[in-house]
Ligand binder design. Sequence first.
Ligand code: SF4
Length: 727
Amino acid sequence: MIKPDRIVTTTCPYCGVGCNLQLYVKDDHIFKVASPFDSPVNHGNLCVKGRFGYDYVYHPKRVTTPLLRKIPQTPGKRTQAFDLSDWREVTWDEALDHVADRLIEIYKRDGSDAMAVYACAKATNEDNYLLQKMYRAIFRTNNIDHCTRLCHAGSVVALQQAVGSSAMSNTASQVSQNDVFIVTGSNTTENHPIIALQMKDAVRKHGAKMIVVDPRRIELVDFAEMWLPLKPGTNVPVFSAMAHVIVQENLVNHEFIANRTEGYQEFIKSLEKFTPEYAGEISGVPADDICKAARMYAGAKNAAIYWGMGISQLSHGTASAMALIHLAFLTGHIGREGTGLNPLRGQNNVQGASDMGCMPFHYPGYMRVDDEQNAAVWEKTWNVEAGGLSRKLGLTTTEILGQVHEGGIRSLYIMGENPMMSEPNLNETRRHMEQLEFLVAQDIFITESAAFADVFLPATPFAEKDGTFSNTDRRVQRVRAAHNPRGQARVDWQIICALALRLESRLGSFNQPETRLNSAFWEYSHPSDIFREMAGVNPDYAGVTYERIDNVGLIYPVPDEAHPGTPTLFTEDFPRGRGKFYPLDYVPAMEAVDDEYPFILTTGRVLEHWHGGSMTRNSSLNSVFPEARMEMHPADAEIHGIRNGDPVRVTSRRGEVVLRVIVTEKTTVGVVFIPFHFVEAAANLLTNDALDPQAKIPEFKACAVQVFPARMEELANPAAMVDRGRY
Ligand code: SF4
């Protein structure tokens, strides 16, 4: 048995559950991961990613030296370079000088609108806070976004409009207090495994009734009282029909509606057409089941809704989330323990990156950038002259790439994100990336996106950094380094500070004569200094300190240092005052099936992998799940003469992939499912880049595809985006 040199307590770098980890370290190498039994988040439980998915930290392909491309890249002719021989190893000074010179050249020539940055939901709060500060205070732009745009933007917009706050209203552990709960658009077992354990316990040990509303027969269906297998993209009619039943049968909470909401009368008029029969016809869910689910939810003492990307990743994702919010308003199942509206956030720190202002419309703390008072607060904090910060709303991730052209975005700085795997319609994304004038990648591997860069800045994974993550139920927790960075890699916040200092000195008086020329605003000795600066202005974090979260995290809002945290939101009122009903209409998915493309494709995760795969596919987990497989219902497989394991070519109006099939009743007739982690069969070559007009989230969850038999030798699909494999 190996005796560790030390055991480091930290937070899992994968999903938004935020499980507490103990890293067993020997000779500066993690050899085992466990979890403390007294963790309030996961009680000693870990999923396969948390327990075994850490060895990517030591993968030989990890880059730990700054790199510059050998052949200078030009707009329109930009190419990918996965091979180290295409890059030149340089010093940190040379790399950072080059980045500073090129960014300033573009900024001085084309102004703020030419600059854009992708923040990172895998990085810490402190990293993300500094990145948006650099782009806002130095380049005077709000073109800042991150992958929240691609997962829960619809939920964020709907919740902001209806209640004025976009995070989970209750904690995941409160599922044990639910009498009834709805799980929709979330394959929780594979996406948030430890929350799924809590859901199953709620059913088995506490007698709760679970209603699953999902196109796939996910594992939770085995524990559910009811499964409503709706067609992808039909959330609004199903949940509006449940609202219709609740109103028609007078199951509403009149007192809650009168005291806590507005817009009810107008809203119920919009419900008239959403009869269970109408919704049943559109969604395929029997009308009787819609009625039964409505009665169960409304009749419960405590009921809650948990949802995932199946609600938000649609061209009507905002309306889908709003339909769920209406159910809570109608019944008053919000503002108490064991109730609530709970969007399960995907990445480990997507909640935190949003809280830190890495979005185009908000400063840290969701303070609108077009509000004069807010801007003045941050100008003072960052020593920017009055009126210096941009009041113009920035571009979202999905818009930034679409605006890459002369007169538009010219430079992009990507910290840890991988749009060449995560954006929809990847062939179009590739064309946009090729047009960039200057691209910086700050990452740990040469990902599909970093391969396009001019400069590669080697950063560190979670195991080599200190800071904080904020999990899906608003719990701010410590992240601690197990050992020093490998090679010359640096932690993200130090890279940003070193670059910001160069930018400040090179810009001279360009932004602000005389007063701006000081380095005090970029010198921090520890991430806790950065956190303190942020928490000094962000009221949700005001009472959080590193000392207070040394053992157990705090759930924000924490308004002062005596405050114990706020597991349950909206107990008295909503941040916007009254909760607001919004009349809805049914808008189908943008792409309907037809004779040419008769299947609906839906995409998502599998338990063993994470997002674009740069971590899990470079870990031992890849040998457990090494290959993309498409799920197809047995009835469809029989009609098309497809057997389990057969290779197929899947085509959409935008691209094609070749992969093998799993014939399974996990999916429903007419619907196929492809996980989005595999570059050699990248699901996003197929997906539709149609956007929700409000949230600007793409329609990942529903597009029309065709399936043809293929030959085994076609499996390394030459038409795929990266025809040479991952690296
Ligand atoms: Fe990590 Fe999420 Fe698994 Fe917990 S459930 S171990 S946070 S991936």
